[in-house]
Design a protein around this ligand. Sequence first.
Ligand code: TSX
Ligand code: MN
Length: 595
Amino acid sequence: MLATIKHEKLNCWIQEVAELCQPDSIYWCDGTKKEYDSMMSLMIESGMAIPLSKRANSFLFRSDTSDVARVEDQTYISTLTQDEAGPTNNWIDPAELKKIMTDLYTGCMKGRTLYVIPFSMGPIGSPISKIGIELTDSPYVVCNMHIMTRVGTKVLEVLGTDGEYIPCVHSIGAPLAEGQKDASWPCAPIEKKYISHFPQENLIWSFGSGYGGNALLGKKCLALRIASAMAKREGWMAEHMLILRLTNPEGRRFHIAAAFPSACGKTNLAMLKPMIEGWKCECIGDDIAWMKIGTDGRLYAINPEAGFFGVAPGTSYDSNPSAMDSLNKNCIFTNCALTDDGDIWWEGFDGETPAHAIDWKGNDWTPESKSSAAHPNARFTAPASQCPVICPDWEDPNGVPIDIFVFGGRRASVVPLVNEAYDWNHGVFLGSTAASETTAANIGEVGNLRRDPFAMKPFCGYNMGEYFQHWLDMGNKLGEKAPRMFYVNWFRKSPDGKWLWPGFGDNVRVLKWMCERVEGKIDAIETPIGLLPKKENLDLNGLNISNDDIEELLRIDTEAWRAELSDIEKYFQQFGSHLPQPLYAQLENLRNRFK
Ligand code: TSX
Ligand code: MN
């Protein structure tokens, strides 16, 4: 196969990386099932992969206890000036960072194979897709990339002799000495992990971690951080959004793209099972949307990924039946528990808790154990094609036309169930001020308010203030054809601490209201914070919810909003001169509407 690769720049770069990292051999991935199977066999032999007798062609992995999540503190946006990375990113001067990492990379693949993974983010050949080449010493990464992206020879054909690609270097940072026994999850110690992005040269360097977004470089690193910077330069959008198609009883289709911070159930919403008659929901993607303005002036979205890398704990037939039905075969499970009959298990799984299991650390576990059986950030990797509600057009190279943007967060109080933005700039204000209360599943104290603008705080590859400006610019280009914008909160609680809204499949009631707003069928109530539903326009048929609870869900607490105003003002200050003037104007308008 090597002989057929005539891309000189690509060959030179691989040679350079190989000379630095000194692998024992180089292997070009062709993306075939045969390749996947033989790679998995090697990992079963080495003890890294555990075949699951209950799920066909599915395997369990247990990571090192130091390597269980993305490492945001060690993730860098390395631009020429710190100002270009902005206040929400970690920054190191590119020359300095490359020096540090070149030292780490020196000899780091000794005793291992360097795998060359040609992959496409987006359907191969789509005008919105991008090609990446990941060089990695992790066979676990190769198998996950097979599921999460389109890997293989076809990608090289599209690349030809001088096509554009995004170079992605990855090493677990654990060279093997002659005769040394390998760890079951080799990686570097925490202080040596670096996830680095050089957006001005479309380059990714990752070292020391084999987990998730740190290692599967097509996802957060390429499709969000690097792509967001490319999108800014080229006039398109790379967003941390699910994409779904909602079809009403008359057969009219609405395409919705929605951004939520972690722990808000984005994957659950992406595969929503509508609880009202006659409405159908189909999933196009659960994490990332790439969007371009089409020849008709509308905004078209593709899902650049080919699989789901979902949080396992909490996923059940109750919370997300379609996700569960995607997991019966051809899946990779990481840091889940192993049951005695050879299946996986996690906290929140349907049915009875097993009396005994092996936990994510490989130790015996019983319900009496003090720690959880699965790690809170345990994951499944599943092919999107296995999702029973995957949209037949999910791989349409032209994408789907977006009608509605939804932003949201988890708020026990203050923020109502739903409100609509007055106009595009107001919607950008809502996205830029999005916030969520922290849960046990994320870092820091439980219940703290964390601003996560457009759910992009960890994923924006340039100055966040300039990113807000890009949103404003896109609105100007889209004009009348711009999607409508909404803000939701499924997580409001009553003063005595119970959930006010049933959530999950009943969220379609809120989406239905949005669709009817788009169709111009219903009017809404003008309030200081935006347009709220009239009670009678929310379809609550078959719901057991009191009038008092509905009023509380839609209540605007003026005192709490005054406090919110000053919090937003403080939060905006960090962006300094990069904060677009129209967002200050939106804050002023909001303040004035409360007068
Ligand atoms: O994913 C969630 N969604 C979106 C679903 C499409 N979750 C799970 C937590 C995030 C990982 C939710 N949790 C949602 C929600 O809409 N709402 C809630 C809060 C809630 C939890 C349990 C109930 C109701 C609301 N159960 C009963 O009332 C019986
Ligand atoms: Mn995500």
